[in-house]
Design a protein around this ligand. Sequence first.
Ligand code: GLC
Ligand code: CA
Length: 564
Amino acid sequence: MSKRFSLILSLLLIFCCAIFGVAQTNKDAEGHAWWQHAVFYEIYPRSFADSNNDGIGDLKGITSKMAYLHDLGVDAIWISPCFPSPQVDFGYDVSDYENIDPMYGTLADFDRMVAEGKKHGVRIILDFVVNHTSDQHKWFVDSKSSRTAPHRDWFIWRDGKGLGQPPNNWISTFGGSAWKFDSTTNQYYYHYFYTEQPDLNWRNPAVEKAMLDTTRWWYKRGVSGFRLDAVDTLFEDPNLPDNPVLPGVNKQGDPNTDEKYNKKLPEVHDVLKKLRSVADEAGAVLIGETWTANIDELKQYYGEHDNELQMPMDFMFTTVDKLSPPEFRRQIAAVDSAGGWPVYVISNHDKVRSFNRYGDGKNNDAIARMMGAFYLTLRGSPIMYYGEEIAMENNDPKRKEDVKDPIGRTGWPNEIGRDGERTPMQWNTDTNAGFSRKDPWLPVPASYKTHNVATESKDPNSVLNMYKKVLALRHSNQALLEGSYTALNQDDANVMSYLRSYKGKAVLVALNMSSSPQKATFNLADKGFASASLKTLVATPQSSAKGSEVTLEPFGVVIAEVGK
Ligand code: GLC
Ligand code: CA
């Protein structure tokens, strides 16, 4: 080989590595990538900050809060869909994947938000609604126009079984048949969610290409990853067999069914692998809305060769609604053994807020502090939900006519919808909690007077300051960043405790999940700490550590360094 040729070859190699490799090889000594050290924070854009006082949050509002997010200890924000949308499902019905809804701003505002985020060390994660579009998306408008339209096969069209008879018994999760008859072409189209959310046909390579290209387009614009919406529902059995009918009815009054033919089909994993390889080129992360029923399903979402989702969200903590150390231990052990990087979530825009879910009505603030100290110190990446850090509560509609979320209207009173967990962020004690000068799209609860950023910032024992202290520690303490997880005192029914250890150093976390004072003693000899002497790093006021013993007030917290 000539000298010059080998020089060109090595330059080419370096170039290729720079383009494709760097993002992935940017790992620490433990092989951890940026997202494994990151704290994520979900923003529901309608409700975070309203810059133009029209009652609805916007991108400029988010941009104005970057310093707040940074000081809180957030490394990446996942913004629920902010793309053009008729807002039937408040943004989860997208009519253009490559633009910003005017209600939220412009692409220029988006670029400024990315730049401002960069300044503050806050990355942007977008919400990619992969399963369906809005019925106003130009692809669907074309698709429904005629049986021979170029986009006809981008959605799922079928003949009915007979007059007024849909193709099969599949039920929309938002109520009624999952098939909607369209008289223009005398066929039914399939929608797992609202009728205004037709399912894309991922068996069509053109759909796949368009969707993969969309992710490339946003990566170029500075996005660090996506939260993939509703991935379980990407594929349906093309033969359309009826789903087995189960006893009983759901909250919308529809028969319960086993959704074996239209959910979690194996083909989902092929698409995730493709999305992942595009993400890898950009050093991006994929978070999945994955409703895993068990650890085997969770394992599959990581991919056999770590080639699918880096962060499948399993919602186990949102299903434990009582403070049960044994149940938490069981779930953490299971996730920790799945082989991937754990993801912890306690609230989101579809779930009753953790404040209400775990709260006992009397000690809710103490419980909120304790739950924060809990999931933010586990091994894995947490995804917070805006307002959780100030102990925001659900503000549920009291009357059907006040409900905005359509499922709350069709399902009332069994299903009251998701408005309660989507109310405006509470910034201060001004009107509308400082969110907007105009009445916001959803009302703030009366508790905003005490539970808001300004007031809680001044109180050293507030929920907000507990979150800040724990997040600061999490970013600086190697054992919390990198360390393994070991459950301690597993027979204790009241105190949840564990060790995070890394290279001979360890942090012990002890959490009183009961309403009475507790003590716990730790024997860490078999963990390499012969005479454990605990040194408190973060604790609630009446809780402390001495020697190898921890004293905890009701719902108290001690996070301590283990000395030798
Ligand atoms: C996901 C979203 C939810 C939305 C649904 C349909 O579950 O989290 O808010 O309604 O998908 O897009
Ligand atoms: Ca606005």
